[in-house]
Design a protein. Structure first.
Length: 59
């Protein structure tokens, strides 16, 4: 399992969000689902950027 790190910019602040996923396709699918949930609120100017991957057994 890897952690995919995304930056979520709401216009007011930028937060770092980590998603546990087996691969990039799964991580993108999950972040798109989260984006739909955020868009239901007032955040019409939501920007998401991929920051990187954290591997569990990296030394």
């Amino acid at each position: 399992m890897k952690q995919f790190v995304f930056l979520i910019d709401t216009g007011n602040e930028t937060k770092e969000h980590k998603i546990n996923a087996a691969g990039m396709t799964d991580a993108v699918k999950r972040i798109k689902d989260m984006k739909k949930d955020f868009m239901k609120g007032d955040n019409s100017h939501l920007k998401i950027k991929f920051k990187g991957v954290i591997y569990e057994n990296a030394y």
